[in-house]
Design a protein around this ligand. Sequence first.
Ligand code: SAM
Length: 378
Amino acid sequence: MLRTEADVLRTLRTGTYTLRDIYEEVAQTADIARDDGLAPPTPAHPTDAVWRRRVRNWLQHRKQQGAARRIDRARWVIDAPPERATVYLLVADGTIAGVEMRVSDAVALLENIDEPIDLVVCDPPYGLGRGTSDCSSQRVYATRDLATVVPGYIDVPAGDYEAFSNAWLKAAATAVRDGGQVAIVTGPQQAAVVQVAAQRAGLTFVSSIAAYKPFAKRTTRRFAFAHWTVTVMTRGPVNSRRRTFNIPADLPMARSGAAYPLDVWLDNGRADRAAGLLRYDNTLPQKLCRRVIVAHSNPGDLLCDPMAGGGGFAEAGLDTGRRMICADRNPSAIRYVAARLLGERLWPHTQPPGTGGRRRNLTRPADGQLDLLSEMPR
Ligand SMILES: C[S@@+](CC[C@H](N)C(=O)[O-])C[C@H]1O[C@@H](n2cnc3c(N)ncnc32)[C@H](O)[C@@H]1O
């Protein structure tokens, strides 16, 4: 269980490797005068042929030592420690667990995924002037025990929210396949901006779901904000047969002859973590994330959360068999999600990393559960 940042780092340091580590090792051990090896051996050019060959050789060497194992044509499980990973690819039981996390800007991520995305899920920052004196929720943040909150949350200045929404939704609209969808969770105040930005980007309206949010802040002169809005948009016509719609089993249904699903979701669970555990600001409840994912995608689909925060959607995607690519500009968020999914989900609860007990399957490829952290070309 993760209680502190130190737990995050300890979890990640175990059984992981970065591409930079590999380059450094290759630079120290490879015969770089061979072939066109006079080319500068710089990790700033990670895709050049010389480096690729060196890395391939290095991997073969690790394989012969029993320290690396090939999972499929392009993927390897390697045992070793990481430090500065910017991409986290989680592997369990010898197969990719389906969650990849990158320290990246949302637009950069969306522009660099080469497979069409089935569903983009996103819970963008609120743009309420967080960290400034005119932020109404400042008091709430001020009273939190900061030692248990992952640092580094990046908000968007209130005045930039529209331009910010236009930019990432334009990238999302290009990245989804025809019939693919974008589901955006916002407060009611931001929903209109997001819907207009999505329409401007060429997406078609599908749904606007009011999802009940418990513990609304008390108000006296207007109705308290007690729901998230989930705005769902699609690429192409709303009646396209390529668009996925599954009715989550636990949804409230209207009954007038036949049952049909409603866009008002009442019980969406709570985001609470046990007291004392490390948490991320504004993490969404699992039940809500699952409903959004199950309704708008199928197992095996490729999903992207370009502003993943504490990983609500990443976890729900992992649990429901989707392939997830997630990003956040906050490196602490990405490290936290990687460590949380590894330490609390993929590794046995009873033997968390760093406890000194025999950790089943962490660094022995033959045993199965492993993680590979790699620093990929950006
Ligand atoms: C509301 S939080 C997401 C919370 C998340 N859904 C969860 O369940 O924990 C928004 C996140 O967006 C990140 N962020 C802000 N601007 C970003 C950008 N341009 N690109 C990527 N991430 C960004 C913030 O650091 C923050 O972690």
